[in-house]
Design a protein around this ligand. Structure first.
Ligand code: PMV
Length: 327
């Protein structure tokens, strides 16, 4: 059998700073143990083959693709893998054959990410071709691939997938600072629906054009909250962190990215005594989370479920990109 490498990367939960982070402002993110894997294998024939169980119609694959195929012409699940191959092959003058097989959990609650697929692919190719990339390089090449597919994106999720743990992320990757902490007392609730991240980012961009000063001030306040939240997390001051989450939620509401279902879960959790709660990510659906004391955790889980949400019980501060198997 040919040489192969299996790498994996985690998903992410945005803690504070979403939307503002797209414009270079800081954010805080923790990696979620919802891993996506990429298996990279050398092929004897001069071909690139991509196979993915993450696609809507996996029976159509494996798919042999041309290295210079148009990213818009291939299925979304394949496009991130292909973009990664294009970036790394150009940068390091690599040549085919190569087969990439990606896999991961069927349900991701909006916490798994295309960035995790991208980073896992970069990590697998790195090991297969002995590129010896640093974490920062894995981030940079993966972020380039995500931008090639998606256009505007802050890269915070790429950093979470590459580095793992809990990060302060600013300047589109200029600053990536791991936080040192033992636990994050967080309960996650899934709202059951999703509006596309790209359309919500576009919606905020429109609002910014219409009300430039308002949005600039909202972003400045979010920046301030993120800075204070980093200190609160470092001090284990969960009560303060909760207040900061509530303030950030108010600003996200003003940007128009909340949804009724998310609001219900946020208020239901607040009513049973959390330190604070907010949506996570682009908004419009996906997840919210609450910072909670041990004694309130069960009550908060029950309140989220009674309000129609689903408790997502996944470890946080997950390990970043890693090699799982080599053969
Ligand atoms: O919806 P998610 O979990 O992919 O998060 C999007 C966060 C945004 O700040 C809205 C976009 C970005 O690229 O940072």
């Amino acid at each position: 059998m040919n040489k192969y490498v299996v790498a994996s990367a985690p998903g992410k939960l945005m803690l504070l700073g979403e939307h503002a982070v797209v414009y270079g402002h800081p954010s805080l993110v923790t990696a979620v143990d919802l891993r996506i894997s990429a298996r990279a294998e050398r092929l004897d024939q001069d071909q690139i083959i991509v196979e993915s169980s993450l696609l809507d119609r996996p029976h159509d694959y494996p798919l042999a693709i041309a290295l210079d195929a148009d990213l818009k012409e291939v299925p979304k699940g394949i496009s991130f893998v292909l973009a990664t191959i294009q970036v790394l092959f150009a940068e390091f003058s690599l040549s085919a054959g190569l087969k990439i097989t990606t896999a991961g959990p069927k349900i991701s609650y909006g916490l798994g990410s295309s960035s995790a697929v991208t980073v896992a692919t970069t990590k697998a190719i790195d090991a297969l071709f002995d590129l010896n990339l640093t974490k920062k390089q894995i981030f940079q090449y993966s972020y380039q691939a995500v931008l090639d597919v998606q256009g505007a994106a802050s890269g915070f999720d790429v950093a979470a997938a590459a580095y793992g743990g809990t990060l302060y992320y600013a300047g589109n990757g200029e600053t990536i600072r791991p936080l040192q902490l033992d636990t994050l007392p967080v309960v996650i609730g899934y709202s059951g629906s999703k509006v596309g991240t790209v359309s919500l980012v576009a919606q905020v961009a429109e609002l910014r054009e219409q009300f430039p000063e308002f949005v600039a001030q909202a972003f400045d306040m979010i920046r301030d909250l993120v800075g204070r939240a980093e200190v609160a997390i470092n001090n284990g001051d969960w009560a303060l962190l909760g207040q900061l989450l509530n303030l950030n939620q108010g600003l996200l509401d003003s940007l128009g990215v909340n949804s009724q279902q998310l609001a219900q879960l946020i208020y239901a959790s607040r009513e049973v005594g959390v330190f604070g709660a907010k949506l996570s990510g682009a908004g419009g659906g996906d997840c919210m989370f609450a910072v909670v004391s041990d004694s309130h955790t069960q009550a908060v889980i029950e309140a989220i479920e009674a309000a129609g949400g689903q408790h997502v019980d996944l470890p946080l501060q997950a390990e970043g990109a890693r090699i799982d198997d080599v053969g």
